[in-house]
Design a protein around this ligand. Structure first.
Ligand code: ATP
Length: 256
């Protein structure tokens, strides 16, 4: 089953077409990473999925429904998008996580018992309960990232899109974030789509990969299929060596 489908999408920022006739699909219940060199259009694609940008041609479907046919709150009940890390707002972790409930709130914006339950379980799942009263600005990068992931969990969507969730994190926090992603997928059946620069993390923690090169999808498939295709080597100009160990496979990448 397909969670998100991109059908013949074209998009340009100015006069020059940037994304042209892009088609791709993201499988439901899978962890898919979008990888590609700087500036190839990964974040643009995320914004198209989020409905922030309107394609000049083609359409994006979420659960079979065109994104632009949905109102903002309806879309936000289907897909939670965590944008690239920016300066953290001055608020507590709990207040941030409560923001994830906005698609379910009425005009007054107060939380009902069901909203509060979702906030509590999101705090617990992301492992940030003990920081609930902490100011986001005083957390470490890894703790803060988990707080933002908790906010997307409170949104209670089947699909979560993470744009560079490991930026600024040290190696341990990177792996913890990826393990959380895998747990959300395995235990809650979440479909995860993430943009990720660290190819080793993408290869280790994803089921599927989509490789982008300047506005196009050059290859998509399972990790093994994409590795065999040579699309990553082509896109990044690297060679990849897989190393097996009792801890699983890891990947070394060298300039070609
Ligand atoms: N708001 C904008 N207006 C004009 N051009 C833009 C805008 N946002 C992005 N671009 C351009 O579109 C291209 C793709 O940008 P995008 O951020 O989607 O790439 P990316 O693959 O996510 O890059 P990175 O890996 O560096 O984050 C880049 O050349 C960028 O300069």
């Amino acid at each position: 089953m397909t969670a998100v489908e991109i059908q013949g999408v074209s998009f340009s920022y100015g006069k020059m077409p940037f994304i042209e006739d892009l088609s791709a699909s993201f499988a439901a219940g899978a962890v898919t990473s979008i990888v590609g060199p700087n500036g190839c259009g990964k974040s643009t694609l995320v914004k198209l999925i989020d409905g922030l940008y309107r394609p000049q041609a083609g359409r994006v479907l979420i659960g079979g429904r065109p994104t632009l046919a949905m109102r903002g709150k309806e879309r936000a009940r289907k897909v939670a998008v965590l944008a690239q890390a920016s300066r953290p707002p001055a608020m507590t972790v709990e207040a941030l996580v409560a923001c994830g409930r906005y698609p379910y709130q009425c005009h007054e914006g107060c939380l009902g018992p069901e909203d509060k339950e979702h906030v509590e379980s999101a705090l617990a799942l992301a492992g940030v309960e003990r920081f609930r009263n902490h100011d986001l600005r005083h957390l470490s990068g890894g703790e803060r990232q988990r707080a933002f992931i908790a906010m997307t969990l409170a949104q209670d969507t089947g699909i979560i899109v993470l744009d560079e969730p490991t930026t600024y994190l040290d190696i341990r926090a990177c792996h913890e974030t990826m393990q959380l992603v895998r747990r959300l997928n395995a235990e809650m059946g979440k479909t995860i789509i993430m943009v990720i620069h660290d190819l080793d993390l993408a290869l280790r923690y994803s089921d599927n990969l989509m490789v982008m090169e300047r506005g196009i999808c050059s290859h998509a498939g399972t990790v093994d299929e994409v590795l065999e295709s040579g699309a990553i080597e082509h896109a990044f100009g690297v060679s990849i060596h897989a190393v097996g160990s009792s801890f699983g496979r890891s990947y070394s990448l060298f300039p070609a």
